[in-house]
Design a binder for this molecule. Structure first.
Ligand code: IVH
Length: 712
């Protein structure tokens, strides 16, 4: 393997990239763990991420599960009764309850750039006009409604009486919650429409009633409910519905899924009027009709400000084609109908008081300023701490203790301080001074780029953070190795480096607080199990600066074993030009995509340090696997040593995946076409690079030809 690093040698030994399939499988497995974790947190009433972010994880899961043809009974988004609660009868939906396609501020195009929401909606209008045979740019009536953040319900009425109320469940079957819904008085039990029909709508807990309930809980010293939606879902699943009317739940009914012997109007707007006339709750005052995407977007965007004044929480707006007669014709995917799309709001922003700035020391010694805030309710959770990122950012925003600041949660778990509300700055505030010493061990700090570091590897806080990270889920995934345990490992058992945990015995662990024989045995088992995670996870777990999960994968794939990696690190840090040129050349990208010279210097220096060599030694002695889990192959002839340019969107491979395939087969990827380019791999909408390639008479491959060259 080390041949790779030697210039002039023609024999390259390379690792096979895990086939695309298995890369996706790895992502799917990781997502499964993530989703399970967040479901647990959600059920426990302690969600760590906003619902919108959870939805995104789930959407990606569904996409991958479909692509990988995961059997239905293994899918966590399809598990029968995924949202079924024990003790409830289930009922099948006559027409499945699907989700909605989303316009999202986080959506990116094939080139990785964010797609503006307006453009996304224009594209959706274009597709619908095409489906309906309308000419380009023709008006197309849509109705826009608030997207209430509650619990969706299917209500079956017959001869004007509510017969059954069912939750969405897994979309095919839901829980029968008729008794609860009736007791809550949130939906009418009688409506002025005869015949039989199924009305769909959203059950929700109005803001005011929810806040009042939480205030009561607080007075009684109970834990608060995270948000109205969780609360509403909990109430409607109460086995005993007695007293549910006291919570003032309410609903918004917006759709008739099917009907028999009922004359219904031809448009969504008229339907909402009909429902209202029949006695159903409908917020016509919040509904608007538009003919063009710009008007629709403008209306949706106006709710970003208006939403906080509404009596219910909304997480977006829903845009629906007004002409109901087209809905069946437009059809649906297994996930969403084509007649509607959801507009998601950008992250919520709130102002709150910043009480203090505290500096934390991270696993690699980085000093981070954090804001301690007056607790504020933001996108589903109560926020009392926010990251200020670094001291340059802190100074740039001029954030001071005592300020009122705007806080935002942009899909991250940790909220951000966006800016100061200067007009509310009190007198006598002071700029926060950049620390000169580590707040934990008092060692003078080092400055690297915009960051400050504590350079003392024996800093107690760093040791603690490193151990917590080592055992964390995405690293070595050692069950039970959370902060509380790590504190004791350090203070009572004298653990200072991750390899030492592999020599802990059950008897030693049993001496710790809150640790019985059984948990000690389980922990030893967890530690044992972690030995087989492979080199990539070990590299990620060691908290080496600039090595996140992706870089750890790349390093493990490229070097194969820790021995090869450490040998290379030694050559690199001794200034071996060929080693440097191989991974971090002066120009263009080297054998490891995205590894810049500065990061490479730091990574290989750290890998070659005595402390890390000792850790690797300890891990090897404990028989922790230090090999990459991807198989090895020879360089692929026809690719090794050749320069490739990627352009356009390939049918199945993303640009990163195609790039990795090339690099791992010994080829090089560059950004622009020149007469040094050997191949141009072109997909849909390739642009000027393809034109240039044709002009220069270069070999142009489509994805199929490219995969053939790779021998796939
Ligand atoms: S139309 C195919 N209209 O949002 C589902 N849904 O993300 C079409 N929701 O499951 C639903 N307000 O629970 C529609 N005005 C509204 C809505 C709304 C809230 C919920 C509903 C649905 C989810 C889709």
């Amino acid at each position: 393997m080390s041949d790779l690093a030697t210039p002039g040698k023609s024999v390259l030994t390379l690792r096979i990239v895990a086939p695309k399939h298995s890369l996706l499988k790895v992502e799917l497995n990781a997502l499964t763990l993530q989703i399970r974790h967040h479901e647990e947190q959600y059920r426990a009433g302690t969600p760590e991420i906003p619902d919108a972010v959870f939805d995104e994880l789930m959407d990606r899961y569904s996409e991958l599960a479909t692509q990988l043809e995961l059997p239905e009974d293994e899918r966590i988004d399809r598990k029968p009764g995924a949202e079924h609660t024990e003790g409830f009868h289930t009922a099948e939906h006559r027409i499945p309850m699907l989700s909605l396609e989303k316009l999202s501020p986080n959506k990116r195009g094939g080139d990785g750039e964010y797609l503006p929401i307006g453009g996304q909606l224009e594209a959706w209008f274009d597709r619908r006009r095409q489906d309906l045979g309308l000419s380009e740019g023709a008006p197309l009536s849509v109705v826009i409604e608030p997207k209430i953040d509650g619990v969706s319900l299917s209500l079956h009425y017959e001869a004007g009486s509510l017969r059954r109320a069912v939750t969405r469940g897994d979309g095919e079957r839901g829980d029968d919650v008729t008794r609860q819904v009736v007791a809550s008085r949130a939906v009418p039990t009688k409506i002025g429409i005869k015949g039989a029909l199924e009305i769909r709508g959203e059950l929700y807990w109005p803001r005011e009633a929810f806040d009042e309930h939480n205030r009561d809980l607080e007075r009684q010293g109970h834990e608060l409910i995270a948000n109205p939606r969780n609360g509403c879902a909990g109430l409607i699943k109460r086995k005993d519905p007695t007293g549910l009317e006291a919570f003032s739940l309410s609903s918004f009914l917006y759709q008739v899924a099917w009907s028999e012997y009922v004359a219904l109007p031809a448009t969504q707007l008229e339907l909402l009027h009909t429902l209202e006339d029949a006695g159903a709750p409908v917020y016509l005052s919040e509904v608007f009709r538009a003919n063009f995407p710009v008007d629709a977007i403008r209306y949706c965007a106006s709710y970003e400000l208006k939403r906080s004044n509404l009596p219910f929480e909304i997480d977006g707006m829903v845009i629906k084609i007004d002409d109901l007669r087209t809905w069946a014709r437009l059809g649906s995917t297994g996930h969403h109908p084509h007649w509607g799309i959801a507009y998601k709001f950008p992250p919520e922003r709130k102002a709150t008081k910043l009480h203090a700035i505290v500096v934390s020391v991270g696993k690699s010694g980085k000093l981070t300023p954090n804001a301690q805030l007056e607790p504020v309710h933001l996108s589903g959770t109560t926020v009392s701490r926010a990251s200020l990122h670094n001291f340059v950012e802190l100074a740039r925003k001029d954030v001071r203790e005592g300020d009122t600041v705007y806080v935002e949660k942009a899909g991250d778990i940790i909220p951000q301080v966006v800016k100061v509300k200067f007009d509310e700055r009190p007198n006598n505030t002071h700029s926060y001074p950049k620390p000169e010493r580590c707040p934990e061990c008092n060692t003078p700090v080092l400055e690297e780029d915009i960051f400050l570091y504590c350079p003392n590897p024996a800093c107690p806080e760093q040791i603690r953070e490193r151990l917590v990270h080592f055992g964390s889920r995405r690293a070595m995934d050692i069950d039970g190795m959370g902060e509380a345990l790590v504190d004791q490992l350090v203070s009572k058992l004298g653990v200072t480096s991750p390899d030492q945990i592999y020599s802990l015995t059950s008897a030693q662990l049993e001496t710790l607080e809150r640790m019985g024989k059984k948990s000690a045995d389980n922990l030893v088992l967890g530690i044992e199990m972690s030995k087989s995670r492979g080199l990539a996870r070990v590299l990620h777990a060691l908290a080496i600066r600039h090595v996140g999960a992706t870089m750890a994968d790349d390093l493990a794939n490229h070097f194969g074993t820790a021995a090869e990696l450490l040998a290379f690190a030694k050559r690199y840090s001794e200034g071996d030009e060929s080693a440097i040129e191989q991974v971090a050349p002066e120009k263009g990208s080297g054998a490891i995509a995205g590894l810049a010279r500065k990061s490479a210097d730091s990574i290989f220096r750290e890998l070659d340090s005595i402390s890390l060599r000792n850790v690797f030694g300890g891990l090897a002695r404990a028989c922790v696997s230090l090999e990459s889990r991807t198989a090895r192959v020879q360089a692929v002839e026809g690719i090794a040593g050749k320069t490739f340019v990627l352009t356009g969107t390939l049918p199945t491979l993303s640009r990163d995946e195609a790039g990795n395939l090339i690099r791992l087969a010994g080829g090089k990827v560059t950004g622009s076409v020149s007469n040094k380019t050997h191949y141009v791999v072109a997909g849909a909408e390739p642009g000027s690079k393809l034109e240039k390639a044709v002009h220069l008479g270069l070999s142009i491959l489509d994805e199929a030809a490219f995969l053939k060259l790779l021998g796939r």
